[in-house]
Design a binder for this molecule. Structure first.
Ligand code: G6P
Length: 611
């Protein structure tokens, strides 16, 4: 979603901001703009890509060492030049960039229109800067104070940066609900939605908290909260390499991240599991571990691919810990009246750690007394901070919008959690525990073996690239993989795809099967094998084209299917870590063959910071 980059220091701001905006392109956007302090407060903005903005700036004076830039993902108002950020205040003396939604913008706008304000866009963000100027003029206070007062008047979520022509050497920023990181360099400061635009300049950062206002003036950063109380900035050192956010020779981030999975899973396991010593521990989960071990029920909240990881976790937790699990879409959970009892534990799963609905679901569960475990990839993210305890994925930055390595790392962490809990409860036989530890340790090597079939998957993708629909079927632990495979294909190739529990196919999707319908069946040799063989027969009887993911050495399904992709043998509960890989690769190749923008699919955002 919207991306923010701002700079104040002694270098030219524009190139730093444009480069930063490009680093944030992965978040998803449809227009871009920049404000520079240069003979007044100049704003330039364009519908389209950052490259379009860059081309537009060629004929402009882009000097100036203070500036801010924005990529907008449209919510209020269509993608257009005039709705792009930054937005000016009524007098055009102040400008804002904003990520989030101001929910009461309509009533504020009507009020200001009555008092003579003229609005140039359809956005809620423009209302916000008009309000700030209104307060500034009426209260005769400092701009910083006007921002603080205005923030008490808006309902919604925001990360904002504000520039004023009367204070050319100053940037003001604030956040509630949308992320904002401040990078601290030598005599220079960077503001951004996440650390990716910052890390090539400095690894010292401050994560702004909700209801905090940051001001950089006279080369000094000061932070106060919305109650006007000053706080001391907590400076953290980022452990992030620049190479981790670059493509490293791959054509797309998504392909790089698919191929990184042996490493990202290894990183995720590092120090947590040593099978030879029977060691399994997650450092971040200690204080509240007993709550999890003795939970009456586990409620998992997540969105998108993380929700699919949650579904896999449901099967694994119930299998080994015998604790009942419910997996909830965070957006549904937060807007009904969920029952959260004493003894329930909530696990929130989020790659970005910033998904607005997941964050709100956590706050709701917390207000009902639940203990929250966060399973996040981005260190220091809002969800990680809002959780009581948690385990990071350590998968490294995920830039491709279609999540791949985060999914496998999520399943890995959740599997470790489940097995650890089962062991603590004493309900898993020692030899089974040992076997699972060995199996988990071997996952990266087995993922590597699946990746070696890339060429074969590319060839079969060629055959199916023009299909208009796809059906994905799986059972048990691999039913969520069917959902995930279908989601990957939809997201990046725009082919309609449905994931279904294989047995449920008879209750509807079977009507869609004809000789043009590719059906991807996830069919490893597990407890559902015979059943899924029958499901394949049902598809074949209707002339559907079967692409099966099978265990190596399988002969029965291999004879029946049109195409097979083999995975190494593995415990049933861990098989999703392997079966998902061919589906990621197939979605990738089909999308590339169709000429789709794999890393920035239309309409999608990597980090969904609005509800
Ligand atoms: C967006 C992304 C998905 C992601 C989902 C949840 O839809 O495009 O890839 O799975 O958000 O995001 P989270 O960061 O909470 O895992």
């Amino acid at each position: 979603m919207c991306g923010i980059v701002a700079y104040i220091g002694n270098r030219d701001a524009c190139p730093i901001i444009l480069k930063g905006l490009k680093r944030l392109e992965y978040r998803g956007y449809d227009s871009a703009g920049i404000a520079l302090m240069n003979k007044g407060l100049q704003v330039y903005k364009k519908k389209g890509k950052v490259k379009d903005l860059e081309d537009f700036l060629v004929s402009k004076d882009i000097s100036g060492s203070v500036g801010m830039g924005h990529t907008r993902w449209a919510t209020h108002g269509e993608p257009s030049d005039r709705n792009a950020h930054p937005h000016y205040s009524n007098s055009q003396g102040i400008a804002i960039i904003h990520n989030g939604i101001i929910e009461n913008y309509d009533s504020l706008k009507k009020d200001m229109i009555q008092r003579g304000h003229t609005f140039l866009s359809d956005t809620d963000s423009e209302v916000f800067i008009h309000l700030i100027e209104d307060v500034y003029e009426n209260n005769k206070c400092s701009l910083e104070e006007a921002v603080r007062i205005a923030l008490t008047m808006v309902v919604g979520a925001y990360a904002v940066v504000i520039m004023s022509k009367d204070h050319p050497e100053q940037l003001i920023a604030a956040r509630k609900g949308s992320p904002l990181v401040i990078g601290i360099g030598k005599d220079e400061y960077f503001f951004a939605s996440d650390a990716t635009p910052i890390i090539e300049y400095t690894n010292e950062v401050v994560y702004l908290n909700d209801f905090e206002i940051a001001v950089v003036r006279n080369n000094q950063l000061s932070i106060k909260n919305i109650e006007d109380v000053s706080t001391t900035p907590y400076v953290q050192k980022l452990d992030l390499e620049l190479s981790s956010i670059e493509k490293g020779g791959y054509e797309h981030f998504m392909l790089k991240e698919i191929f990184e999975q042996p490493k990202s899973i290894t990183d995720c396991l590092r120090g947590r599991i040593i099978s030879s010593q029977g060691h399994l521990a997650l450092g971040g989960i200690r204080q509240y571990l007993n709550k999890l071990v003795h939970a009456d029920r586990i409620i998992i909240v997540a969105c998108g691919t993380s929700w699919h990881a949650g579904l896999v976790a449901e099967y694994i937790f119930e299998e080994y810990t015998r604790i009942p699990v419910e997996v909830e879409y965070a957006s549904e959970f937060r807007y009904r009246n969920p029952i959260v009892r004493e003894g329930d534990v909530v696990i929130a799963i989020s790659q970005s750690g910033e998904t607005a609905d997941t964050l709100a679901a956590i706050e709701l569960a917390k207000s009902k007394g639940a203990v929250i475990f966060g399973v996040c990839n981005v260190v220091g993210s809002s969800i990680a901070r809002a959780s009581h305890e948690g385990a990071y994925l350590h998968a490294g930055p995920e830039i491709g919008v279609a999540s791949t390595k985060a999914f496998t790392a999520q399943v890995t962490v959740l599997a470790m959690m489940a097995i650890m809990v089962a062991n603590k409860k004493g309900i898993i036989p020692e030899n089974k525990f040992q076997e699972l530890l060995i199996d988990i340790e071997n996952v990266p090597r087995k993922v590597e073996a699946v990746l070696q079939q890339n060429q074969k998957i590319k060839e079969l993708s060629e055959y199916f690239k023009d299909a208009r629909n796809f059906l994905y079927l799986g059972r048990g632990f691999n039913f969520p993989v069917a959902l995930e495979g279908a989601l990957k294909l939809k997201e990046i190739s725009y082919i309609h795809a449905e994931g279904y529990p294989a047995a449920e196919m008879k209750h509807g999707p079977i009507a869609l099967i004809d000789d043009e319908m590719p059906v991807v069946v996830i069919a490893p040799q597990d407890s559902s094998y015979e059943k899924i063989v029958s499901n394949i027969q049902e598809v074949k009887a209707r002339k559907g084209k079967v692409i099966a993911v099978v265990t190596e050495g399988d002969t029965q399904i291999t004879e029946m299917a049109n195409y097979v992709i083999e995975i190494p043998r593995i415990s049933e509960a861990l098989s999703p870590l392997l079966t998902v890989i061919p589906l990621q690769l197939m979605a990738y190749h089909i999308a590339v063959l169709r000429g789709c923008n794999v890393d920035q699919p239309r309409n999608l955002a990597k980090s969904v910071t609005v509800e």
